[in-house]
Ligand binder design. Structure first.
Ligand SMILES: Nc1ncnc2c1ncn2[C@@H]1O[C@H](COP(=O)(O)OP(=O)(O)OP(=O)(O)O)[C@@H](O)[C@H]1O
Ligand SMILES: [Mg+2]
Length: 320
């Protein structure tokens, strides 16, 4: 049996035009391609929103057939350290670009470099400025030293909009001859929170279980509860029905396989997303204060199950 390529790779954009969302960024990258003039750049933003895809697509459009030879992809969190990375950069930068004026070095997770390593990187960038352009990818630009930032044009990548994700999901479903229910697509979008990689992975996992992907399967493969279930647990607690709220918690943790962290994050999200009629603003503030406390305790290593129950018990103070 042929091994199936992960869909995130199969459907990685080949061109800048295929990169969804990030319109401003894409437009400017396209203009660089047109003028064959590329500055050093920094792509910052959350996971799975197209940073690597945009860099690879840019290189493909610039270098066409020679793209593989003119692009070096490195990961800064390489455990072998900055010296190995500098060695690779040196080897790559030493030879001239193939039918182009410069080569591109894409350095993923550059915010994982220590400050010393960043200084070393800065010197390396300066040294090869004639033959290479650097694209640094990071989740938080504030973790990058100012002297590096100031040498780069910074592009901020945003979490994808629900509409953008929906289009992409249905496009993939069509190509895979998969029936994707609208509700299931909504569920994938809810769970993945703007992270396209996560969305595509969930779709693939769900498709392995059924050819007509429904809402239930999405929540099952992503170990997430339906918003409705979490909401129900919160309201049960706030109505003072502790035993019922607790049994809902059982369902979330044992049937859906959610971790304590998953549960508390989703509780937080549902409370913040609820409107004034459901939970009044003042109550919301008090609830978030409680959630913060229990989140901290769990991070510190307290028993998740007990902490979550204690949190629900605290919610009972808001019984009307
Ligand atoms: N803007 C987008 N348009 C189309 N597909 C996308 C987009 N963003 C992500 N994807 C899909 O998700 C996969 C992962 O995206 P990518 O590797 O570009 O994310 P990233 O921003 O580099 O994330 P990380 O910070 O984790 O490295 C891609 O292969 C593609 O299938
Ligand atoms: Mg990446």
């Amino acid at each position: 049996m042929a091994v199936e390529l992960p869909w995130v790779e199969k459907y990685r954009p080949d061109s800048l035009a295929e990169v969804v969302g990030q319109q401003e960024t894409v437009k400017r990258l396209q203009s660089y391609v047109k003028s064959h003039n590329v500055p050093n750049m920094m792509f910052s933003g959350p996971a799975g929103v197209g940073k690597t895809s945009a860099a690879v697509a840019l290189a493909k459009e610039l270098f066409k057939g020679e793209f593989a030879r003119n692009l070096l992809e490195l990961n800064a969190s390489d455990s072998r350290g900055i010296d190995v990375i500098r060695g690779q950069i040196k080897d790559f930068a030493r030879t001239l670009a193939f039918s182009a004026d410069f080569k591109i070095i894409f350095l993923d997770e550059s915010d994982s470099l220590t400050s010393d390593a960043q200084h070393a990187l800065r010197r390396t960038m300066e040294k090869y400025t004639k033959t290479c352009r650097f694209i640094l990818s990071c989740n938080y630009s504030s973790r990058i030293l100012e002297p590096i930032q100031s040498r780069c044009v910074v592009f901020r990548f945003r979490p994808l909009q629900p509409k953008e994700m929906e289009e992409k999901l249905f496009e993939i479903a069509k190509k895979e001859k998969l029936l994707l229910e609208k509700k299931a697509a909504d569920a994938i979008i809810y769970v993945s929170m703007g992270d396209m990689r996560k969305a595509v992975n969930i779709l693939q996992a769900a498709s392995a279980l059924e050819s007509k992907v429904g809402e239930e399967t999405v929540y099952r493969v992503s170990s997430r509860a339906k918003p409705k279930e979490v909401k129900e647990m919160i309201s049960l607690a706030m109505e003072g029905k502790f035993i019922e709220a607790r049994s809902m918690l059982d369902t979330l943790m044992y049937e859906h396989g959610m971790s304590g962290e998953d549960v508390i994050n989703q509780v937080y999200r549902e409370i913040m997303d609820s409107d004034e009629k459901e939970i009044a603003g003042k109550t919301k503030i008090a609830l978030v204060d409680i959630i913060g406390e229990y989140d901290f305790r769990m991070v510190e290593g307290a028993n998740e199950r007990i902490q979550l129950e204690a949190m629900l018990a605290q919610f009972m103070r808001f019984k009307k």
